[in-house]
Ligand binder design. Structure first.
Ligand code: FAD
Length: 394
């Protein structure tokens, strides 16, 4: 009989998993609580470890119509506006890591994944259908009511707020990191201090950094500032006060502060999940932010969800559809990889937000490293290929 897979959550991780399992011959039922796939979030950077996997799902043609391939990832001083260093991407990324480094609107990526899922005979997307329960048995029974039989595997890809993570696995809830992401979509002319608005630019200043890149076919520039902050607004994506934001830019170049003070900001408190438990019972497995939400300092959250999805589908095939063996094989590979990527994010947070002598030393080191050397530092991250054809550069 065709294996039956239930996926909870039609975000980037859930949809990628659905597609990967369907391409391996599974019947996949996806449950999404939202009535429509909303335009949540803004831009995403997709590094070659993610674009290579999307390519293996046959999506590059459609994605290339929506994404933009920047030429450089530039690091710039937020105080002097002097360039500190850059990593060549564009054609250089294709040569070095075999696949593109791209930037895209999250909604465009989600739409392309959803269209691909819906074009698969073995996939069905159920919108406006939240799926949660207190125990594994009750959850499996809910699926059985809906689908006529219990699924062989339940994938919880329900994001950082995953109800199942806390209720069934007993893992700790996601916790506030003490950082806020301020997001805006703007015109290049709103940011006159940005020299090359087609590139990814990260401006580094005391306790704060600010990133810009274009959104491809979605038009506009994605602007994200990450500051310290407190959790005083109850929801994600609330309107943010520009004066509160610029209050975090003490010591920055005056032109930056003036420009940022004029923009319409959205306020995103950043949460992370450092779970020790990625599964429940014998058949429920967590994936993406539900398992391991991380801060965006390494721009890898969606990429990790995509890697998880491919690894899980391949593990299921290799383990002959045995859920216990699948989950154990998946966790054995994914835990160390996610831990290493999280560590890189923690390092970036330390380096990007450095103050005083540490900041001066950082700038000195960056100015003396060649673009090729900086690219080489990322081979383990961007050159990795999840799944059966796994490739792990040193
Ligand atoms: P989500 O995208 O959150 O999807 C979860 C889905 O589950 C949602 O659709 C939700 O409605 C649904 N759901 C929840 N509960 C239920 C339920 N009970 N029943 C049914 N459905 C349910 N990552 C990158 O790779 N590159 C970047 O450049 C990058 N930049 C970022 C910048 C910022 C400021 C932030 C905050 C994040 C960034 N990320 C980036 C991280 C990335 O956005 C996330 O890691 C990624 O979207 C997580 O995908 P997911 O599928 O796990 O969860």
């Amino acid at each position: 009989m065709q294996p039956l897979i239930a996926v909870v959550g039609a975000g980037i991780g859930g949809l990628t998993a659905a597609l990967a399992f369907a391409l391996h011959g599974g019947q996949v039922e996806i449950f999404e609580q939202s009535r429509v796939l909303q335009e949540v979030g803004a831009g995403l950077q997709l590094s070659p470890n993610a674009t290579g996997l999307l390519d293996s799902l046959g999506l590059t043609g459609r994605l290339a119509e929506s994404w933009h391939e920047p030429e450089r990832l530039a690091l710039v001083s937020g105080t002097t506006l002097r360039p500190l260093a850059h990593i060549p991407v564009g054609q250089a990324a294709r040569q070095r890591w075999s696949f593109p480094y791209a930037v895209i609107h999250r909604a465009a990526l989600q739409r392309i994944l959803a269209e691909a899922v819906e074009s698969q005979a073995g996939c069905r997307l159920h919108l406006d259908t939240a799926m949660a329960a207190d125990t594994e048995d009750r959850l499996l029974a809910r699926f059985a009511d809906f689908l006529g039989r219990e699924p062989d595997l339940v994938i919880r890809a329900d994001g950082v707020w995953s109800q199942q993570r806390d209720r069934i696995t007993g893992a700790e809830p996601a916790r506030f990191t003490g950082h806020i992401a301020w997001r805006a979509i703007v015109e290049a002319s709103d940011l006159p201090f940005v020299n090359a608005s087609d590139d990814v630019n990260a401006f580094l200043g005391p306790n704060t950094h600010f990133v810009t890149y274009p959104l491809g076919s979605a038009h506009g520039i994605n602007a994200v500032a990450i500051t310290q902050g407190v959790l005083d607004k109850p929801e994600w994506d609330a309107a943010g006060d520009p004066a509160e934001l610029t209050g975090h830019f003490g010591g920055w170049n005056g032109g930056v502060v003036e420009a940022l003070g004029r923009l319409d900001w959205r306020f995103w408190p950043l949460f992370e999940a450092r779970n020790q438990i990625w599964h429940a019972g014998k058949r429920i497995v967590l994936l993406g932010d539900a398992a391991h939400a991380m801060t965006p300092f390494a721009a890898q959250g969606a990429a990790m969800a995509i890697e998880d999805a491919i690894e899980l589908a391949d593990s299921f095939r290799r383990c002959g559809g045995d859920p216990v063996a699948t989950i154990s094989a998946y966790e054995a590979v994914r835990r160390p990889r996610v831990a290493k990527v999280r560590k890189r994010g923690d390092f970036n947070r330390f380096a990007y937000h450095a103050t005083g002598p540490v900041r001066l030393a950082r700038d000195l080191v960056l100015r003396h490293r060649s673009p090729q050397a900086l690219a080489g530092d990322l081979d383990w991250l961007y050159g990795y290929r999840a799944g059966a054809e796994r490739k792990e550069p040193a």
